[in-house]
Design a protein around this ligand. Structure first.
Ligand SMILES: C[S@@+](CC[C@H](N)C(=O)[O-])C[C@H]1O[C@@H](n2cnc3c(N)ncnc32)[C@H](O)[C@@H]1O
Length: 257
């Protein structure tokens, strides 16, 4: 077994994160550069240090879980959600069950809440948001953002739901209350069910084809018939029919009824 493979086994045991399900070339490149930056010549000695020093472990986890996010990421897709997908889902029921998976620091689930606020009273909105990384979940719960995270946001929404504090923007408590955050590992945990809409964007690109296949199947099982799966803008599904999906619009898949 190679030095890197042995390392992935040890990390899996310690953290529950199975690196072998992430694309190896990319992941190995990222971790090799971090390891070298910290002065370790091989992964075994790097692991020994990680096992002893919490700061090194946190830094390592930060590198594995690429956390970049922003509100209304790829804004044109959110317009499609608002003008086409949600009206279609609302034809059947008013209270939708929604999951934002791999939600990072909260921009994505809060964007869903902000879009839904155009249709519903805020008390009607309840979104589950999950991520593997405790640190991003803690930041998501605080909901304080810099200007960059808000750059794609419509000005009216920004003025209505954010309070500026120096260079930071605080999200309104009423929107915060629409989202419940939980820890969830897409590669290891069981999936909750009966969702009308699942949003999972900009994480599947990091996984192997085999892992993606299992995840798509799990998401399909987690949706109600007619439910919609919204993916990131480089993440089209190859042969969606194998997961009982049909294309509703670019990057939106609907589970067959
Ligand atoms: C680039 S962010 C995407 C955030 C947001 N969905 C978006 O599109 O802006 C990727 C997120 O996936 C999370 N992640 C990585 N591996 C995961 C796993 N196995 N299970 C759940 N979340 C994971 C990371 O912690 C990170 O917050």
């Amino acid at each position: 077994m190679s030095d890197y493979q042995e390392f992935t086994k040890q990390i899996n045991k310690k953290t529950g994160i199975d690196l072998s399900l992430y694309k190896e070339v990319q992941m190995k490149r990222r971790l090799t550069s971090l390891r070298e930056k910290r002065g370790f010549n091989d992964f075994q000695s790097y692991y020994n240090a990680i096992a002893q020093e919490k700061e090194l472990l946190d830094e390592f986890l930060d590198k594995v879980t690429i956390n970049v996010s922003e509100f209304y990421r790829n804004a044109s897709r959110w317009s499609v959600l608002e003008s086409k997908v949600l009206p279609k889902l609302f034809e059947k029921k008013k209270k939708l069950k929604i999951w934002s998976a791999a939600c990072s620091t909260g921009e994505e689930p809060y964007t869903i809440a902000l879009v839904l606020s155009q249709f519903l009273d805020l008390s009607q909105i309840d979104i589950l948001a999950t991520d593997i990384d405790d640190n991003v979940i803690a930041r998501a719960k605080k909901a304080v953002y810099n200007e960059r995270a808000l750059q794609e946001m419509p000005t009216k929404i920004k003025e209505t739901y954010f309070t500026k504090d120096g260079t930071f923007f605080h999200l309104d408590e009423k929107i915060k209350k629409c989202v419940t955050f939980k820890k969830h590992n897409l590669l290891a945990d069981s999936y909750p069910g009966s969702f009308d809409l699942i949003v999972c964007r900009n994480v599947l690109i990091y996984f192997t084809e085999e892992a993606k296949h299992t995840i798509y199947q799990n998401f399909s099982n987690s949706l109600v018939d007619g439910g919609v799966f919204f993916v990131g803008s480089t993440e089209q599904i190859f042969s969606p029919d194998q997961y009982n999906f049909k294309v509703l619009d670019t990057f939106f898949y609907q589970k067959n009824m």
